[in-house]
Design a protein around this ligand. Sequence first.
Ligand SMILES: C[S@@+](CC[C@H](N)C(=O)[O-])C[C@H]1O[C@@H](n2cnc3c(N)ncnc32)[C@H](O)[C@@H]1O
Length: 276
Amino acid sequence: MTNVESDSPATTETREWDASSYHRVSNPHVDWGDAVLARLPLRGDEMVIDAGCGTGRLTERLLERLPEGGVIALDQSANMLDQARMFLSPRFGDRVRFIQCDLLAMPFEAEADLVFSTATFHWITDHPALFARIYQTLNPGGWLIAQCGGGANIATIANRALAILRREPYARVVGPWDGPWHFAGARDTVARLGSAGFMHAEAEVVHAPVTLDDESAYREFLTTVVLGAHLARIPGTGPRVAFIDEMVALGGGDDPAWTLDYWRLNMQGQRPPHEE
Ligand SMILES: C[S@@+](CC[C@H](N)C(=O)[O-])C[C@H]1O[C@@H](n2cnc3c(N)ncnc32)[C@H](O)[C@@H]1O
C-alpha cells in the first residue's frame, strides 16, 4: 500500500474508523452503491479510482465489472485500507492498488477513465477544491460518477448530536463546532461541477431512509458509521458512552424507531474529450 505524503495542505479531518464493524454493518451503503454501479458506462478495460473505498465491498463489485481493467482503491483511513486489502487482494491481485491519501491531495494527473465514489464526499467540506482535483485526475473524456449524502441528509440526527454537544459536560471540550459534514444540494453541485470544467454536469437528491432492526443494530450503526467524528471529539470512555446512550434513547422514540432519514446526492460530469 502506498502512503502518499503531499506538499499540498490537506484540509480535511483525518480520523480512523472501526473497519471490521463497518464491513459488517454497511449494507445500506452497498445497496445505494449498487444503484450507482448500475449507472457506470464501463467497457471492462478501464482504469477506475474508487475515491473513499472504505473496506472495499463496492470496490469488489467494481472490479467484477473490469475484467481487463483495474482499480485504484483510495482512502485516508489506514484501518479501512487494511480491511479492503485483506478482502480484495487474494481475489484480484495486482488489478487493485491501494493508496492512503486525502482525496484533496490525490497524486494523479490524467490517469483515470472514471472516478467512482460513494458515501464519501460529504466528509469533505470544500467541494470546489474536491471537484478541481478530481478533474485533474481524469483523462480527457473521463467521467466522475458519484453519490454522497446531500440536502436534508440525517438532519434530525445531526441536529440532535450538536444540541447534546453544546451542553456540558461536552461543550467546554468540543467548543464551537458545526459537525463534520457538508450535505450539498443538487443545484450547487451542478454549478460547482461546471466551474471545475466538467461538461454534462447533472445532480439530484433522492430520499433513501434506512430503518435498522433493533436498538443494538442502531447503536452500532451510529457509533461506527454516523457519529465517529463526534465521538473523536469527546475525551474519555464515560462521556462517549453517555453521548451514544442519549442518541440511542432519542432514536428509540422516533417514528418508526431506529430510522435514519438518509438523502443521497447523485452527481456526474465528464472532463471534455478535447480541451481548448
Ligand atoms: C462511509 S465510508 C464509505 C466507504 C465506501 N465507499 C462505501 O460506500 O461503503 C467513507 C470513507 O471515506 C473516507 N474518507 C473520508 N474523508 C476522506 C478524505 N478526505 N480523503 C480520503 N478518504 C476519505 C473514510 O476514511 C471512509 O473510509
